[in-house]
Each structure stands twice: as C-alpha cells, then as structure tokens.
Design a protein around this ligand. Structure first.
Ligand code: PLP
Length: 426
C-alpha cells in the first residue's frame, strides 16, 4: 500500500523548489538575465581550486595503484596544510569502497583535531558520524533521539528551515514552534519557556540562520541554555540541543563562532560542507555528539542505529577522503556579504523593512502586505522570485537568497522598487 504521507510529500514540492521550477519557465520565456531568481540557497561562487586539485590527485593516485594489488600510496604528501594532519595511505580500491559505517576513522580524527584546535574544544572522533549532508545528519539525529511511541516533541524557533518539520514528523515526533521576537528575530524567551514540557526531547537552533541571516551571540545562547538547564531539572530528563551549522563559516559581523559545546553539555552538532565549500551536490557533512553530554556513548550508538535503519551508512567515500585536506578552507564568500549589504541598503532605502543579517546568505524582508503568498505571486509579474515566509513558520515576510551574481542584485533593484510602489499606490 502506498504511504499517503510520503505520497503527499512527493506530490507537493516545497515552496522553495516550486518557485525554483517556476523560475526555469520564466527564464525560458524572458531570458536568464531578465529573471531575478532569489529562490534557492545554492552557492553561487565556485569551490576552492585546492578542492578540485585534491580530487584530481586522489583519483590519479588511486588510478596509479590499479593492478598493483596490496600496494598503498601515502596521500599525506598532498599536505593537509590546514591541520598539519599526517594523512593516510590509499589503496587502489579504497577511494570508491565502503568505509566503516560512521565514516573512515582517520577522516573523523582529522575533523575532531581541527575542531579542537580551531574552537578550543574537546570533541572526540569516536563521537563523530559522517553523513550525506546536514539533511541526513538531522534525519538521523532526530530519529535517534525521539521515542517510537510518538510522544516526543521537538522545538524549533521560527522562522526555521522548512525541512525540519519533514524530518521531525518522519522521526514520529511532534513539531513545536516557538515564535520570534520580531524586533531581533532571536527566540521569544517567554514563549520558549512556556512550550517546554515533559515530552520535549530536543530543541533545534540554526545560527547563522536560514532564512534571517541572524546570528545568536553569547547572550542569546546563554539565555537558551539557561532555560534548558532549568527545564531539564524540572522534568528530570535530558533535553538535547541540536545546533544545525551549515553556515558556521559564513559570518559577516562576528569574528568568532560560538561553539555550542562550550555553552551546553547536552549538545549535538549537525554540520554540512555544502555551503562553506560550495559543494551542496556532493552531500557530505557530519553529526558530532558532545563527549560531555549525558549518556554520550549511548546517544552515539543510537545515532549509529538510526543511520543504519535509515540506510545512511558510509557517506560518499571520495568526499570523506577529501575532507581532511580541506578543513578550514572556504570558497570566496565575500560576494554573499557584498550582495547582502547592497540589498539591505537599497531595499531599506525603497521602504522595505529588512532584518539585518549577520551571516549565511539570506535576507528576510517584511512584505508590504500581510499575505506573503500573494506577495510572492505578485513578485513573479516583475520576474522576481522571492520565497514566501509561511513555510518558515511565520507570515508576512519573504526570503531572498543572496548567493547570486552581483549583476543580478544590481539589476533587480528597480524591480523591487516597482513592486513596492504597486503596493504603496493601491
Ligand atoms: N539546515 C539548514 C538550515 C539548511 O539551510 C540546509 C540547506 O539549505 C540544510 C540543513 C541541509 O543541508 P545539506 O544540503 O547539507 O543537506
């Protein structure tokens, strides 16, 4: 029998994907340059050259070992200048072979030592699980930490990445939405406290944030953790905090990332290399369980079990072996920052209310009308592809993905102006 929930999910594309598809039609009709597609968070700057060179080198070495069974090449010579990590030996079949289920041990060692050195933390490679991107990392973690009886609740802070709801429901848990403080787009702390109950198993944070670009500074993080500590005591069970960090390196205004394990014991990180290295199609990321968290080893075993039950074992090997060489590298993300600055300045000047972003590559803007879906539809008449905010858990806003060319940004400004005037003159 067809699973109706899955049928509905498959039939109804996400609002973002739907818009992306409509954009393709508009581009065919009006030409690429005349459509201003701000729909998808697909990195628009190329990956670092070193990444492609390393892939080529790995393949060349692997090729050279063909027909030399039992021989290994020392790929440490590729020089992991980011971690000074003495890497491993590669055999002819390893590059495309299975690794161990949570990922190659030496790759996990490299990630852990890089994190410890960069953020002055104490992570353990034994508690890292490599995944096919942050999406798989989230699905696995949610499944691992939600009870199968369907009683658990997972708190998300609106506005949030829409796929969170999909992953939470698939883990048989309930989505609990906490509203934002609309002045700062930090969580509304009264609402947060009131929504935690004895069934709350998990809370997800995402900073810098998709869709607002807002970053949680130390005070905000401390407030979140204080509430959680208090509620853990009240309900006598751990409440785990997932810090979803695909945009960790994309910070504009802050120099240092607040690493969550320094703030809260019961923390788990879901990470992706998609955005920082411009490789979203390669699907590589990881789950990291804080060694200091309650029952850390069992949490990790449950992660392994959930990974197994979902079929997410052994993330793509070629990209696993690539990662130790690229830790600490990012694409040139300055375009995103410049685009955000230009759009913030110009849209504010036109009269839009824009949330000031601290990072990631999104801008969250108040619609000049209350119906964000109607606004997004109207925007299409101006060849502007803007994501309505409803699926992010709030209404009356739209999201702009700033990972586009600077030319697109500049050329789109008159269209934003015309659209604003349409509503002003009604
Ligand atoms: N989490 C957030 C907040 C995201 O914005 C995205 C992708 O856009 C993901 C997770 C999924 O990342 P990945 O492509 O690595 O699966």
């Amino acid at each position: 029998m067809i699973n109706k929930n899955m049928l509905n999910l498959g039939k109804n594309r996400s609002a973002i994907r739907e818009l992306f598809e409509q954009g393709k039609i508009l581009k065919e009709k009006y030409g690429e340059d005349n459509v201003y597609d701000f729909s998808l968070g697909n990195p628009s700057v190329p990956c670092p050259d070193f990444l492609n060179t390393t892939i080529k080198n790995l393949i060349t070495i692997s090729e050279s070992l063909k027909n030399k069974d039992g021989n290994f090449a020392d790929i440490g010579i590729l020089e992991n200048y980011n971690t000074n990590y003495d890497y491993r030996k590669l055999s002819s079949t390893m590059l495309h072979g299975y690794t161990s289920a949570p990922g190659d041990k030496i790759v996990r060692d490299a990630i852990s030592s890089y994190l410890n050195k960069t953020y002055n933390v104490n992570t353990s490679s034994d508690l890292i699980y490599l995944t096919t991107g942050a999406a798989a990392a989230l699905s696995i973690t949610l499944k691992a930490l939600s009870s199968p009886d369907g009683n658990n609740e997972v708190i998300v802070f609106a506005p949030f990445f829409p796929e969170y709801s999909v992953f939470i429901k698939n883990a048989n848990a309930k989505v609990t939405i906490v509203k934002p403080d609309y002045k700062t787009f930090y969580p509304d702390f009264n609402d947060f406290e009131s929504k935690i109950n004895e069934n709350t198993s998990l809370v997800i944070i995402n900073s810098p944030n998709n869709p607002t670009g807002v970053y949680y500074n130390e005070d905000v993080l401390k407030n979140i953790c204080q509430v959680l500590e208090k509620k853990q005591k009240e309900f006598s069970h751990p409440i785990y905090l997932i810090s979803d960090e695909p945009y960790r390196e994309l910070l504009y205004t802050y120099l240092k990332y607040n690493f969550i394990t320094n703030f809260y014991k019961n923390s788990i990180i879901t990470y992706s290399f998609s955005k920082s290295l411009s490789i979203p199609g390669e699907r590589i990321g990881y789950i990291l369980v804080n060694p200091e968290s309650d029952n850390a080893n069992d949490v990790f075993y449950a992660v392994c079990g959930a990974g197994r039950s979902l079929g997410y074992v052994c993330a793509t090997s070629l990209f696993q072996f690539l990662i130790p060489h690229c830790l600490g590298l990012t694409s040139d993300t300055t375009t995103y920052k410049r685009n955000a600055e230009t759009l913030y300045r110009e849209l504010t000047h036109i009269g839009y209310e824009v949330v000031k972003p601290d990072g990631a590559f999104y801008l969250f803007v108040k619609c000049p009308t209350s119906d964000d879906n109607a606004f997004s539809k109207k925007a299409l008449e101006y060849n502007l592809l803007l994501v309505p905010s409803e699926s992010f858990g709030v209404t009356g806003y739209f999201r702009i993905a700033t990972c586009v060319t600077e030319k697109q940004v500049t050329n789109s400004i008159p269209k934003f102006n015309e659209l604003f005037n349409f509503y002003k003159n009604r």
